[in-house]
Design a protein around this ligand. Structure first.
Ligand code: DON
Length: 302
């Protein structure tokens, strides 16, 4: 017999699947050719049970959803003071690819926008190598993730804006590494392939204070999970963060691969995937599904 949670997710799926507005993220050439009809939602409970509806085995690139997890790894490996010296925790109010730096400190505003995620990657790379960043992402998912080499190549050969952001951060003395390497490493973290089920487990790991509910291993200390969820709450949805928090009320992060994750402390990890995006770079169907789940399950944190 189907569980009530599965039936609920299937109803949400059915009520959103005809939404076909939005556009693919064609500034990364490889993403312009993904199947726009794909749609899946998933939910992971504190005991590690995963429920899903739709194309739950479809793999897609994690893109900006890697940012909170790499921020968590930076805090774990480098400590609070080092990471805070490199990147702030204030919402920028700007789009995700803006070159926003704080006056005075010269730091990026926060680790959720590209420039802040590049600074975070750069600082982390001064302490650990790529392999350790990659295995950290896998610890969150509880399995070996693959890198989408085609997506990586596509973005690393066209992402001039991100290369400029890496150079800008380097010029401000935020990290000492070669900005070309940091740029390439950041693009690689964005090219990790996940399913919605991976994302809901990763979100539940944050929501459970740092313990992966499936492997039962502690990935990050509790203070790191709190820090990451706080920054996701205020900055995760970029220049739509205020609308998102007041309307949907779930600490969340989106990616231009079409993924969307939300984490409610102690309660649930949620995710959605559908590649058509709104003007902020958020999955249109994903946002709609989150809105319905928030309303119907009363998930708003307030
Ligand atoms: O750096 C970029 O532009 C992409 N690799 C990731 C951007 C992204 O996912 C924005 N989020 N919605």
């Amino acid at each position: 017999m189907k569980s009530p949670v599965n039936s609920f997710l299937e109803r949400i799926y059915a009520s959103c699947k005809n939404e076909d507005s939005g556009n693919l993220a064609d500034y990364i050439p490889e993403l312009a050719s993904v199947d726009p009809h794909r749609f899946a939602i998933s939910l992971c409970t504190p005991d590690g049970t995963v429920y899903s509806a739709g194309d739950c085995d479809a793999l897609f690139s994690i893109q900006s959803i890697s940012k909170p997890f790499v921020y968590a790894l930076a805090l774990r490996e480098c400590g609070y003071d080092t990471v805070m010296a490199a990147v702030g925790v204030e919402p920028s109010g700007d789009p995700y690819n803006e070159a926003s730096l704080q006056e005075g400190t010269g730091r990026p505003d926060n680790p959720m926008i590209n420039i802040g995620a590049i600074a975070t990657h750069g600082v982390l790379r001064e302490t650990v190598g790529w392999e350790s960043i990659y295995s950290g992402l896998c610890e969150f998912a509880g399995r070996e993730l693959e890198i989408d080499e085609a997506v990586y190549e596509s973005e690393v050969n066209t992402g001039w804006r991100n290369l400029a952001l890496a150079s800008l951060v380097r010029a401000n003395g935020i990290f000492d590494a070669d900005p070309h390497d940091v740029f390439a490493g950041y693009i690689r973290q964005c090219a990790a392939k996940v399913t919605v089920n991976d994302l809901s487990v990763m979100a539940m790991t944050l929501a459970s204070g740092g313990i992966n509910p499936v492997t039962e291993e502690r990935v990050i200390p509790e203070w790191v999970a709190r820090q990451v969820l706080s920054v996701m709450t205020t900055c995760g949805m970029y220049d739509a963060a205020g609308d998102w928090l007041t309307g949907i009320g779930i600490p969340a992060k989106s990616g231009v691969g079409g993924g969307l994750v939300g984490a409610l402390p102690g309660q649930v990890g949620i995710s959605a995937f559908s590649p058509r995006l709104d003007s902020y770079g958020h999955s249109v169907r994903g946002v709609k599904a989150f809105q319905k789940m928030s309303e119907q399950l009363n998930l708003h944190i307030m």
